[in-house]
Design a protein around this ligand. Structure first.
Ligand code: MIC
Ligand code: SF4
Length: 642
């Protein structure tokens, strides 16, 4: 039987397990990336492993999330990351150099290689044929140390594209269309391969927009073939030698195939508060818009920015709209400046922000009360923008620019002729903002610079055979990591300070949760389906651990979050009968006995002492995961194995 692209790369990197969907496999990781919001924790974890130098082919530490520096905290963390990178063989991308995924695609990504990053949008690298996964910081730390990355072997999905996008219909609309079809849960357990005749008209940045947003489907990752278009992109980046062709075999088999005819698509928009709440832009015509934000790792390439500049050129934005533009990288910003497009953007009345995540993660530019914000980003979860009642819609750069001009939701196809943008034959290459690590010799004497904001992370608690605890919180379906551990300008600077962060845990759902959890000592959380979707932040596991949470019981989990829970030593369990979710109430006293035997059989019994009822639970831990839970955490388990 032939192989898919992903199966070929997995086969080349397989360190353990068999390539059978549903089984645990161990992968060799060629490259890692971190960003600063998850990076400090990842490097603290790396340090405890006592390894002198990273064992990957390339590891890069980016500073792109926490760039506000409204106090000493972020600046201290940046210095910590910079010093640890220099000492341990990691390249350091300075603040201002750009968003990790955009810069990695431009300067470091290589078709056919494996990449894990402590950020859920690491699959952006799939746009050039990398097998790239988002992971928790601890998994990235282990990979930097040369350890394997463990995942469940995914099923394979193929999306066949035919036809060609019409004017003003974009790769972002393709992402929104697949979200409309599959929902935020529809990609769980799959790697999505994009193919068909239609991909020949998609440039690398457009492909990267699509693989980036595969994360919102819950997919393990997404990937495009590496073809002549990939080659041209790498050559334009001065990295032609990194190219190699990659395609699936003609007789490769897929568990699911979806057909999309690009020529039938229309501009689409995801309504608050979920990326799969998708309708046609034309159906919301006339809705008043307060704010427009263009940028993020989804839509901040030179290609996107040039189109926006062309639409804005010679025009002034609506007086009622505040428009922000954040180019994805220094390369993008500098090329926009050189060709004059930046002046067109500025002349329109836009506010140009630095090359960073910015408004996407609530670092400034929060909308006004109940404000309507159109964003070219990938997530519109409740409260994420920093304004609790803000209404965030996700759109393409074209739809965003149209709304900025008219002040209302506007179908961009009504703008007249669509601007034609060619990818340049050569990008402007300047890697001066990437600082190389010290030589092993020099590294010996280097000191790691630590600030007072770095606090100890919570201690591992080995899983005992019986758990008796209060159900301190019951939440519904599709709880995101932004609900569990919010980010934003007020909280993000404290990513290396778990005790401080803990005051905000689940703040979006229930402000009294932290206090109740602390008072309860040990506790249990119950959730609906797709619990923990969204970010890779391991803080969404470490903070509940700090507050005493010992188990989370749900209808189903999102992939990265369940791995983070196990790595932190919190037991993830699922209802055997999803309808049992209804039978338990917050405040009930719950007991689970014979946990060790249950880990083996895959079945446990939950005794609800308050209601005198028994509820069957399931689990599917691999031997490695059982050992991690019994040791109390992946770190404790890794140390034991030394
Ligand atoms: C996000 O988009 O939510 C983030 C911020 O990039 C996160 C990482 C984090 O929480 O630091 C992600 O997607 O993994
Ligand atoms: Fe940054 Fe937003 Fe991308 Fe996350 S989704 S990496 S916050 S730009």
């Amino acid at each position: 039987m032939g192989l898919t692209i992903a199966q070929k790369i997995i086969k080349d990197h397989l360190l353990g397990g068999t390539m059978k969907a549903g089984e645990e496999i161990a992968l060799r990781i060629d490259q890692t990336l971190t960003q600063d919001a998850t990076g400090t924790m990842a490097y603290l974890e790396f340090e405890t492993m006592g390894i002198d130098r990273v064992r990957t082919e390339r590891s890069v530490a980016y500073i792109d999330h926490n760039t506000l520096q409204s106090g000493f905290e972020n600046a201290d963390d940046h210095r910590f990351i910079q010093s640890i990178a220099k000492k341990h063989g990691i390249y350091f991308s300075r603040p201002g150099n750009g968003i990790c995924h955009q810069v990695h695609l431009e300067r470091f990504g290589i078709p056919g290689k494996t990449l894990i990053g402590s950020d859920s949008h690491t699959p952006t690298g799939g746009g050039i044929g990398m097998l790239a996964f988002g992971a928790g910081g601890l998994d990235v730390a282990v990979a930097m140390g040369g350890g394997a990355y463990y995942i469940t072997m995914p099923k394979m999905m193929k999306v066949n594209l035919t036809g060609k996008l019409r004017d003003f219909v974009t790769a972002k609309d393709v992402s929104l269309e697949i979200l409309r079809i599959l929902s935020v849960k529809g990609g769980v357990g799959y790697i999505i391969e994009w193919g068909g005749e239609g991909i020949k008209s998609l440039s690398v940045p457009e492909r990267a927009t699509i693989t980036n947003m595969g994360t919102e489907l819950g997919a393990t990752t997404s990937i495009f073939p590496s073809d002549e278009i990939t080659k041209a992109f790498l050559e334009a980046e001065g990295r032609g030698e990194a190219w190699k062709p990659l395609a699936s075999d003609p007789d490769a088999e897929y568990d699911r195939i979806i057909e999309i005819d690009l020529s039938t698509l229309e501009p689409l928009i995801a309504c608050p508060h979920s990326p799969d709440n998708v309708v046609k832009v034309s159906s919301l015509k006339g809705t008043k818009v307060d704010q427009v934000c263009i940028g993020s790792c989804t839509n901040s390439s030179l290609y996107d920015m040039l189109k926006v500049a062309a639409i804005l050129k010679g025009k002034t934005i609506s007086p009622d709209v505040s428009l922000s533009i954040s180019p994805g990288s220094k390369q993008v910003l500098s090329m926009l400046a050189d060709c004059g497009a930046l002046s067109d953007i500025l002349a329109s009345g836009a506010r140009v922000l630095e090359c960073a995540c910015g408004p996407c993660i609530g670092m400034g530019f929060s909308p006004n009360s109940a404000g309507v914000s159109l964003r070219t980003f990938n997530r519109n979860f409740e409260g994420r923008s920093g304004t609790a009642d803000g209404k965030v819609y996700l759109v393409s750069p074209e739809t965003a620019a149209a709304a900025a001009l008219t002040g209302e939701i506007t179908d961009p196809t009504l703008l007249g002729e669509s601007p034609k943008v060619e990818m340049p034959a050569a990008f402007k290459i300047d890697d001066s903002a990437v600082i190389a690590p010290a030589s092993p010799e020099e590294a010996k004497d280097l000191e790691i610079l630590r600030g007072p904001n770095i606090k100890k992370f919570p201690e591992a608690k080995p899983q005992e055979d019986t758990l008796s605890a209060e159900l301190v919180l019951k939440v519904g379906d599709n709880i995101t990591t932004d609900h569990i551990m919010p980010a934003g300008a007020k909280i993000l600077p404290y990513r290396s300070n778990i005790p401080y962060l803990s005051q905000f845990c689940f703040g979006v759902c229930d402000k009294s949760f932290p206090e109740r959890a602390k008072a309860a000592g040990e506790s249990i959380i119950i959730g609906g389906s797709n619990y923990g979707q969204g970010s890779s932040r391991e803080h969404a596991a470490l903070v509940p651990l700090y507050l005493g949470v010992r188990a989370v019981i749900t209808k189903s989990f999102a992939r990265i979050h369940i791995a983070n829970l196990i790595n932190a030593g919190i037991m993830p369990l699922t209802f055997e009968n999803p309808e049992d979710y209804e039978k338990i109430d917050q405040g009930d006293r719950l007991t689970i006995k014979d946990i060790y035997a249950g880990m083996e059989s895959g079945k446990m019994l939950l005794l609800d002492e308050t209601k005198g009822q028994q509820i069957p639970l399931t689990c599917a831990f691999t031997d490695r995961q059982k050992a991690i839970l019994k040791a109390g955490s992946l770190l404790a388990y890794t140390k034991k194995g030394e």
